[in-house]
Design a protein around this ligand. Structure first.
Ligand SMILES: [Zn+2]
Length: 202
C-alpha cells in the first residue's frame, strides 16, 4: 500500500496560488485551501466570480489613480468636492479610511506604493510624474501628504515635498498622533480625523 505524501494536484495548486497572496504563509494557505474544499459549491463559485469581476471590471481612475469601475471615479466626479486640495495616499484603501472620517472634502492622488530602495521601488515606479503634471495644470492650492508614518512613508513625503514646494503650492503632512510605523488603513477614525485637522505645513 502506498501512502499519498502529497495532496491531490488541484489541492496543491490552490495552496500554491493562495500562498502568493500578501500575509498568507504556507500554513495559512493550507488552512484556507481545506476550508475552501469543504465550502458549498455555490459559495466557492461566488468567491471565484468576485475575483474575476475585479479583474474584468476594475480600472484605475485616469485622474486620481484610485481603483474604480467608472472613469473618472465617483470622488473625482463628485460635486461639492474641494478641487483646490489633493490628498496624496499610498494605496486605494487609504482613501476609504480617510473618507470614513468625513473630515476631508478634497480630491486624492494614489501613488500605488512608496519609494523603497530595498524593494527596488523608485519614484518612476509610482504615480509621481502624474501627480506633478496634475499640479502643474494649476488650480491646486494645498497638497496633503498622507503617506504612512513609517520610514518609507516619511522618505516619500520628503521627496514629494522637495518637488512640490517650488511650484508655490502649500504642502502639509498629517499631524503626529498616528502611531509611528502604523498603516493609515488600520488607524481608527478619531485618530485619523485628529491627524487631518492638525495637519501642518512642511
Ligand atoms: Zn479619481
Amino acid at each position: 500500500m502506498t501512502i499519498p505524501s502529497l495532496p491531490a494536484e488541484p489541492v496543491s495548486r490552490l495552496i500554491e496560488e493562495l500562498n502568493k497572496l500578501p500575509g498568507i504563509g504556507p500554513k495559512s494557505a493550507q488552512r484556507l485551501t481545506y476550508f475552501l474544499v469543504r465550502m458549498p459549491e455555490k459559495e466557492a463559485r461566488a468567491l471565484a466570480e468576485a475575483i474575476l469581476a475585479v479583474k474584468e471590471k476594475i480600472i484605475l481612475c485616469s485622474t486620481c489613480y484610485n481603483i474604480t469601475d467608472s472613469d473618472p471615479c465617483p470622488v473625482c466626479r463628485g460635486e461639492g468636492r474641494d478641487r483646490t486640495k489633493v490628498c496624496v495616499v499610498e494605496e486605494p484603501l487609504d482613501i476609504l479610511s480617510i473618507e470614513r472620517t468625513r473630515e476631508y472634502q478634497g480630491l486624492y492622488h494614489v501613488l500605488h506604493g512608496v519609494i523603497s530602495p530595498m524593494d527596488g521601488i523608485g519614484p518612476d515606479n509610482l504615480k509621481i510624474k502624474e501627480l506633478l503634471q496634475k499640479l502643474k495644470n494649476g488650480g491646486v492650492e494645498e497638497v496633503i501628504l498622507a503617506t504612512n508614518p513609517n520610514l518609507e512613508g516619511e522618505a516619500t513625503a520628503m521627496y514629494l515635498h522637495r518637488l512640490i514646494a517650488p511650484l508655490g503650492i502649500k504642502v502639509t503632512r498629517l499631524a503626529r498622533g498616528l502611531p509611528y510605523g502604523a498603516d493609515l488603513e488600520y488607524a481608527d477614525e478619531a485618530t485619523l480625523t485628529r491627524a487631518l485637522q492638525g495637519r501642518q505645513e512642511i
